[in-house]
Ligand binder design. Structure first.
Ligand code: HEM
Length: 165
């Protein structure tokens, strides 16, 4: 159980820290997020006349999906993070692996995926704002790229066969 516990806590802590740092860096984000939260979850307020009175009944997956600004800030905080994503891989084959760009990974060699490059690559990142060196909190709204959507353009949860379940 500890093998599952520790590796799952560390990245959550990392993600939350990234988001909090961005909110401190751009305080105007906070008012937007509070506004969205009130619009989506406002009925949880004790003064509400909504028939929905028990928070557990109200704080649904459907409601969370409506928090699109929060989702975008989370994705963007990690996309624009200055650290690279160190998903490690090993060529376990008996032969060298030749990548499409000609780089060879010798048999038995360990490599790290460079998320910093992928997260700023004009061809991989696709939204209307561009300028991928810049933190744009709401760039992912309407793009269908949520914080849980993995791919070569977003390596927060790794990629491929051993992607975070
Ligand atoms: C924000 C939260 C999390 C982040 C950013 C994260 C990130 C990652 C990353 C980068 C990997 C490696 C994927 C790869 O090598 O391609 C991974 C693997 C994994 N994660 Fe997470 N993780 C998170 C939360 C969790 C939680 C909550 C659990 C379980 C309760 C979990 C369970 C696992 C497991 C079991 C693997 C190994 C999958 C495999 O090797 O097939 N993760 N995660």
């Amino acid at each position: 159980m500890l093998w599952l516990f520790f590796p799952s806590i560390a990245p959550i802590d990392d993600l939350i820290s990234s988001v909090l740092h961005r909110i401190l860096q751009y305080p105007n984000i906070l008012s937007e997020l509070i506004l969205e939260q009130n619009q989506v979850l406002g009925h949880l307020s004790p003064s509400s006349t909504s028939s929905c009175s028990i928070p557990e009944d109200c704080f649904t997956t459907e409601a969370i999906r409506k928090l699109v600004k929060l989702d975008s800030v989370c994705r963007e905080s990690f996309r624009a993070n200055n650290q690279y994503t160190a998903s490690d891989r090993t060529n376990i084959g008996s032969e060298d692996m030749i990548l499409s760009n000609g780089i060879a990974i010798p048999s038995g060699q360990n490599i790290l995926l460079n998320g910093w490059i992928n997260h700023r690559d004009d061809e991989l990142q696709k939204d209307n704002l561009g300028n991928y060196d810049t933190f744009e909190p709401f760039r992912h709204i309407g793009t269908n790229h949520t914080v849980t959507k993995t791919g070569n353009d977003f390596l927060l949860f790794g990629v491929g066969r051993h992607v975070c379940p």
